[in-house]
Design a protein. Structure first.
Length: 155
């Protein structure tokens, strides 16, 4: 029997694409996930490729049913369902989280957004705030906020 490229719900983190690719190429699916994370940094490449594969690859259990149009429709419905579920989980966790941490992270994101907007508008008094400088600073601040919360004994 010939090998077929399919999504594997038994080895999924999001849609089973990386698990299916790992099974097809007989390599660890975590390496495929890492590759997609790296490709997600490349604008316009990693995330669209993953979404297209999610839409066109059939699930293992449903491999012999339906046409490509049916698989695309089912995949789109699955993406919508997972997005709704993620939204409700984020909403529920934001209600129970530390309000100070949410405020700090929100303020940091707004400040970084303003800085990038000013740079894109040609206001160069933030010449030191380059893309390569901003993201490490944001990551350090977010990591420090989480560590501070952990040290204080927060939830």
């Amino acid at each position: 029997m010939a090998k077929r490229l399919m999504r594997t719900p038994s080895d999924e983190m999001l849609g089973g694409v990386c698990g299916g690719l790992g099974k097809y190429f007989e390599i660890d699916s975590n390496l495929i996930r890492l590759l997609f994370v790296v490709l997600a940094v490349v604008p316009g490449f990693g995330i669209p490729v993953y979404v297209v594969l999610w839409l066109i690859l059939p699930e293992e259990e449903k491999a012999d049913t339906g046409s490509l149009a049916d698989r695309v429709r089912d995949g789109a419905e699955e993406i919508v369902d997972r997005a709704k579920k993620l939204g409700s989980e984020v909403r529920a966790s934001s209600r129970s989280s530390n309000r100070t941490a949410i405020l700090a992270i929100g303020a940091a994101l707004i400040i970084v957004g303003i800085v990038f907007l000013l740079r894109n508008l040609g206001i160069t008094w933030f010449h030191w705030m380059a893309f390569g400088t901003a993201w490490p600073v944001v990551l350090i601040l977010v990591g420090a906020a989480f560590l501070w919360r952990w040290i204080k004994g927060g939830d």
